[in-house]
Design a protein around this ligand. Structure first.
Ligand code: CA
Length: 235
C-alpha cells in the first residue's frame, strides 16, 4: 500500500493564516492530507462535501463560531474533533468538551504536540473499529462493541468516540476504580497531567446521554478524590 491510499484526511479550521499554514505544513510532513479553511461557513461546507478522518477546530472564528461548527458536525458524525482555544480561557475548553470535542489544545501550542494528539486520536479510533463480537449488557444499558453502539432501554444513544471509549473502558471491569489519570491515558490515548478535567466533562456528557443521575447512579459512580467506577446493576 502506498502513502496516498493510507493518508488520513484532516479538516483544519483556523482563521489565523500563519497558524493554519504552520500546522498544515507540519501535518503534511507527517503524511496527513490537510484541507485548511479560515471560517466556520467554509468548514461546514467542506465537512458536508468530503470525507474526513479528523477535525481540528479553532473556537474563535469569523462567521459561524467554532462552538456552532462543532455542534453541526456532532449532529451527524462522531469524527474525532480537537478544539483549539486561546490561552487562559478555561471556560472555552470546558464548553468545547461539552459540545462533544474529543480533545483540546491551548494556544500557543507546539505543532509537535498537536501531531501527537492527532496520532493518538486516530490510533484509538482505528483500534476501536477492529471487529469485536461482543455485546455487554447491564440492565437497561447495552453496549454493542462490534456495532459501536450504545442502547438504553433498546433505544440507541449517540455517543462521541471519546464517550464510547470511556464507557467501554469503565464497563469492562465493573467495580474497578479508575483514576482520572488512567482514564486520560486509556480514553484520550496519551499520558499528560492536567487533563483530568477533560475526563470529568466526558463523564458528565455520558451521564446525561445515558440518563444516569450522578446523585443516584445506576451505572457510573464517582469515587471522590480518585476517579470513577462502573457498576453492573442487580437484575
Ligand atoms: Ca481564531
Amino acid at each position: 500500500m502506498d502513502m496516498a491510499t493510507e493518508a488520513r484526511r484532516i479538516l483544519l479550521v483556523e482563521d489565523e493564516t500563519a497558524i493554519r499554514d504552520a500546522v498544515a505544513a507540519y501535518l503534511e510532513r507527517e503524511n496527513y492530507w490537510v484541507t485548511g479553511v479560515g471560517d466556520g461557513t467554509s468548514a461546514v461546507d467542506e465537512f458536508e462535501k468530503h470525507h474526513f478522518d479528523l477535525v481540528i477546530l479553532d473556537l474563535m472564528l469569523p462567521g459561524i463560531p467554532g462552538e456552532q461548527v462543532c455542534r453541526i458536525i456532532r449532529d451527524s458524525s462522531d469524527i474525532p474533533i480537537i478544539m483549539l482555544t486561546a490561552k487562559g480561557e478555561v471556560e472555552d475548553r470546558i464548553i468545547g468538551l461539552e459540545l462533544g470535542a474529543d480533545d483540546y489544545l491551548v494556544k500557543p501550542f507546539s505543532p509537535r504536540e498537536l501531531v501527537a494528539r492527532v496520532r493518538a486520536l486516530l490510533r484509538r479510533v482505528h483500534i476501536d473499529s477492529e471487529p469485536q463480537r461482543e455485546v455487554l449488557s447491564f440492565g437497561d444499558l447495552e453496549i454493542d462493541l462490534a456495532g459501536h453502539k450504545c442502547l438504553v432501554k433498546g433505544e440507541e444513544v449517540d455517543l462521541t468516540a471519546s464517550e464510547f471509549k470511556l464507557l467501554t473502558t469503565l464497563s469492562r471491569y465493573p467495580g474497578r476504580v479508575y483514576t482520572r489519570m488512567e482514564l486520560v491515558e486509556k480514553v484520550l490515548g496519551y499520558d499528560f497531567e492536567g487533563y483530568e478535567r477533560t475526563i470529568d466533562s466526558h463523564v458528565k456528557n455520558l451521564r446525561a446521554k445515558i440518563g444516569d443521575d450522578p446523585r443516584n447512579p445506576t451505572w457510573l459512580y464517582t469515587v471522590h478524590g480518585v476517579g470513577y467506577r462502573f457498576e453492573a446493576p442487580r437484575e
